[in-house]
Design a protein around this ligand. Structure first.
Ligand code: CA
Length: 238
């Protein structure tokens, strides 16, 4: 782990803040913390960290306003820390420029996975514009983006063009939640109807083809009310 990677934690709950700081320090990250929004913003401005962990429920400011403020001048990855009841806030946070979110309570492995993914992707959604993307591989599933080929345990999987677009968008951003709106605008275009039904129908078909048990997905997870997250690429897991 790069010892110079600097993470700012903005969180008013001492226990959670200490838990994250301890976990991340042990992993070799440099940590700075702030217990409120104002302190957090000035800390971010002064240290210019590589990543920000931001609690949405702060005593003095709305976390969403902090994201908007930071996004006016920096593209530092922001991971939102939220409570289970803040579904709507998570969507607004992502629309405002957050990269991902993690729901309380969470353990060290989940925290490390989110951070790794956010540091890898930066805050740009990867939409396959690179010509020579290496294949996605995870637990027997291989997606060759150049050849448009998908195999599961060596057997060809046949997807429709739309299904393939959805799966490759998720695979190229594996480990990271992609919102319904973001998938719809990437697959059907910016003027598409924002009704999620057609996406859900396609996802049901994708899961029938990809998942051994579509009711308990192993490759593509539903983040209820927000979007989908694909199993992290094996080659990216360290
Ligand atoms: Ca809080």
């Amino acid at each position: 782990m790069n010892a110079k990677t600097h993470i700012v934690i903005i969180e008013d709950e001492k226990n959670i803040c200490n838990f994250m700081a301890t976990t991340l320090t042990a992993q070799g990250y440099k940590i700075s913390t702030a217990p409120n929004g104002k302190g957090g913003l000035s800390l971010v401005t002064s240290v210019c960290p590589d990543l920000i962990l931001l609690d949405l429920g702060l005593p003095d400011m709305d976390g969403i306003d902090i994201i908007r403020e930071i996004r006016t001048w920096a593209s530092i990855p922001i991971i939102v820390i939220s409570a289970r009841t803040q579904e709507q806030e998570k969507v607004v946070a992502q629309d405002s420029g957050a990269d991902d979110y993690i729901t309380k309570p969470f353990g060290p492995p989940e925290l490390m996975a989110r951070i790794r993914t956010a540091l890898r992707h930066g805050n740009r959604l990867n939409t396959g514009s690179l010509l020579a993307l290496r294949p996605y591989q995870a637990d027997g599933l291989v997606i060759d983006f150049e050849k448009h080929l998908i195999t599961l345990d060596g057997a060809d999987i046949h997807l429709t063009q739309v299904e393939y677009k959805i799966v490759s968008l998720l695979a190229q951003n594996s480990g990271r939640v992609i919102t319904y709106d973001s998938i719809i605008s990437n697959v059907w275009g910016p003027y598409a109807d924002d009704n999620n039904r057609i996406l859900r129908v396609n996802m049901a078909n994708i899961r029938r083809k990809l998942e051994k048990n579509p009711g308990e997905p192993h490759y593509i997870f539903t983040e209820i009310g927000i979007g989908y997250r694909m199993l992290e690429d094996t080659l990216e897991r360290t």
